[in-house]
Design a protein around this ligand. Structure first.
Ligand code: SAH
Ligand code: SF4
Ligand code: F3S
Length: 449
C-alpha cells in the first residue's frame, strides 16, 4: 500500500494557514493526497504556534491524543511544523520523544525528504532559517474558492521584546511584486473574490525599492471585483503614501489592523515598539482624515513586566480615544529567549487577569456602541455562505471586516456582493435586510435573464 495520505492541522496566525497551503502544494506535487481524517492518514502534521505558552500547551495536548493513533498503527509518521518546530527543535524529538519529524517554516521544500527519512525509521529534522526563502514559485493548494491568504513577506526584524516571531521566522524578506500580482491573476481566473496580503509587518515590504503601497496598488488593479485586505501593519512604518493608496482604490478595504499593545509610553519603550502613543494617535487621525470611514482593530497585551495600574489605565484611555472596531487581547506570556524574558514577570496572575477582563469589557462596550450606530445604514457585503446557526440566513462581511447576517434569498450565493440595510446589531455581528444584488461598488446588478 502506498503511504501517501497526509493529514494536517493548523494553529496560530494567518501566516501559518497560508504556509499550510504551501506545504500542501509541495506535498501534492510529490504525489501525496490530502485527507481530512487523521485515522486514515499515513502522515499527520501539526503546523504549530509558539506565540504564547497556552498556544504550545494546546499542541502538547493534541499530540497526546494523536500518539494514541500511533499506538494503534506504529507506521504512522507524526510531525511538527511551524514556529514550535523552530523554537523547540530537537527537544521535541529527543527530550519529549513525541514526534518523528520537526520541520521549521523555512524548510518546507525539503519536507518530502524528511518524511521519507521518518518512514525509514530515522528522525527528520529541518530547522534552518533562511534569508531568502519566500516560496515564491510554489503554487499553494487552496480549497476555499472565495477568499485567499497570500504571504507577501516572511520573517520579522522588529524584535519587540516580548515576541518569539523574529526567532521562529527569521529575518524579513519580501516576495517579488510580480509573483504576487500573478498569484492574484490566477485567483481572479478561478473566481476568488477576496485576497488578504500577509506579513508580520507588511509595511516593511520591499522589492527592490517597490514598497507596500506600490504592491497594494498593483494588487488592487489586477481585478477590481476582488477585495484586497492586508495584515499586519506596524504603527512605526505606516506611511501617508499607503493611506492615500487605500483611499484611492475602491477594492482596497477600509480596514487597518494596527496593534497598539499598550497605552503607556514607558511600557511601549520596554516592549521596543519604537513609537509613542502620541505618534500612534496622530497616525489614527491622519488615517481617518485620508480614508473617511476607515475602521481599526488592534492587539493589546495586559500585564507586561513592570506594568502599573497607571499604565493599565493609559491602555484603557487609548482604547477610548481610538474606539477600535475590534481587538485581540492577551495576557502577557513570558517567552524564553526573548529580551523581556530577562525582566521579572512581576505582575501577578490575578492582576493580569483582572486587567485583561477590564480591557475586554471596555472593548465589547465600544464595539457594541459602534455597531448600534450602524443601525439604519446601508452596507455592501461579500456573501460567504450560510450563517453558522441557520441555513435560513446568509452571512457576509462588510468592507470594514464586520460579519453581517441577512435572510437567505433565492439566487444569492457565496461570492455575490449584496447591499443590505442594518436593522439590529450586537458587539460582534450586524443583522440586516437584503436590499439588492450589487457589484463591489454598490451599483445594482442589471438582470440579463
Ligand atoms: N506582527 C504583529 C503581531 C504578531 S503576534 C504585530 O507586530 O503587530 C500577534 C499578537 O500576539 C501581538 O500583536 C501581541 O499582541 C501578541 N503577543 C505576542 N507575543 C506575546 C506574548 N509573549 N505574550 C502575550 N501576547 C503576545
Ligand atoms: Fe513580533 Fe513585534 Fe515582529 Fe510583530 S513586529 S511579529 S510583535 S517582533
Ligand atoms: Fe504563532 Fe508563529 Fe504566527 S508563533 S502567531 S504561528 S508567526
Amino acid at each position: 500500500m502506498k503511504k501517501n495520505k497526509v493529514y494536517i492541522e493548523t494553529y496560530g496566525c494567518q501566516m501559518n494557514f497560508a504556509d499550510t497551503e504551501v506545504v500542501m502544494g509541495i506535498l501534492k506535487n510529490k504525489g501525496y493526497q490530502i485527507t481530512k481524517d487523521a485515522d486514515d492518514a499515513n502522515v499527520i502534521l501539526l503546523n504549530t504556534c509558539s506565540i504564547r505558552d497556552n498556544a504550545e500547551q494546546r499542541i502538547y495536548g493534541r499530540l497526546g491524543n494523536l500518539k494514541k493513533l500511533k499506538e494503534v498503527d506504529s507506521s504512522k509518521v507524526i510531525g511538527i511544523l511551524g514556529c514550535m518546530a523552530e523554537r523547540l527543535r530537537k527537544d521535541l524529538i529527543e527530550d519529549k520523544k513525541m514526534v518523528d519529524l520537526v520541520v521549521g517554516p523555512d524548510e518546507y521544500r525539503r519536507l518530502p525528504e524528511f518524511i521519507d527519512e521518518a518512514f525509514a525509521g530515522e528522525k527528520g529534522i529541518g530547522v534552518k532559517l533562511s534569508r531568502t526563502e519566500t516560496y515564491d514559485d510554489i503554487i499553494p493548494f487552496r480549497e476555499d474558492g472565495l477568499s485567499a491568504w497570500i504571504s507577501v513577506m516572511r520573517g520579522c526584524d522588529k524584535f519587540c521584546t516580548f515576541c518569539v516571531v523574529p526567532y521562529t521566522r527569521g529575518r524579513e524578506r519580501s516576495r517579488s511584486l510580480e509573483s504576487v500580482v500573478e498569484e492574484i491573476e490566477t485567483l481572479s481566473q478561478k473566481g476568488f473574490k477576496e485576497a488578504t496580503l500577509l506579513g508580520q509587518n507588511v509595511n516593511s515590504y520591499n522589492d527592490n525599492g517597490r514598497d507596500f503601497a506600490d504592491l497594494l496598488s498593483a494588487a488592487a488593479s489586477v481585478d477590481t471585483s476582488i477585495r484586497i485586505r492586508f495584515t499586519t501593519s506596524h504603527p512605526q512604518d505606516l506611511s501617508d503614501k499607503l493611506l492615500f493608496t487605500i483611499a484611492e482604490h475602491r477594492n482596497l478595504c477600509n480596514y487597518i489592523h494596527l496593534p497598539v499593545q499598550s497605552g503607556s509610553n514607558r511600557i511601549l519603550e520596554g516592549m521596543n515598539r519604537t513609537y509613542t502613543i502620541e505618534h500612534y494617535l496622530d497616525l489614527i487621525d491622519r488615517a481617518r482624515r485620508i480614508i473617511p470611514g476607515v475602521s481599526f482593530s488592534t492587539d493589546i497585551i495586559s500585564g507586561f513586566p513592570t506594568e502599573t495600574y497607571e499604565d493599565h489605565i493609559a491602555t484603557l484611555d487609548v482604547m477610548q480615544k481610538v474606539r477600535y472596531d475590534g481587538a485581540y487581547m492577551f495576557k502577557y506570556s513570558p517567552r524564553e529567549g526573548t529580551k523581556a524574558f530577562k525582566i521579572i514577570d512581576d505582575v501577578p496572575e490575578d492582576v493580569k487577569a483582572k486587567r485583561l477582563s477590564e480591557i475586554i469589557d471596555l472593548q465589547q462596550r465600544i464595539s457594541y456602541e459602534i455597531n448600534q450606530e450602524m443601525i439604519g445604514k446601508y452596507e455592501i457585503l461579500l456573501v460567504e455562505g450560510f450563517s453558522r446557526k441557520s441555513n435560513d440566513f446568509l452571512a457576509g462581511r462588510t468592507d470594514t471586516n464586520k460579519v453581517a447576517i441577512f435572510p437567505a434569498a433565492e439566487g444569492i450565493t457565496r461570492g455575490d456582493y449584496v447591499k443590505i440595510k442594518i436593522n439590529r446589531a450586537t458587539s460582534g455581528t450586524l443583522f440586516g435586510n437584503l436590499i439588492e444584488s450589487v457589484d463591489i461598488k454598490g451599483n445594482p446588478l442589471t438582470l440579463t435573464a
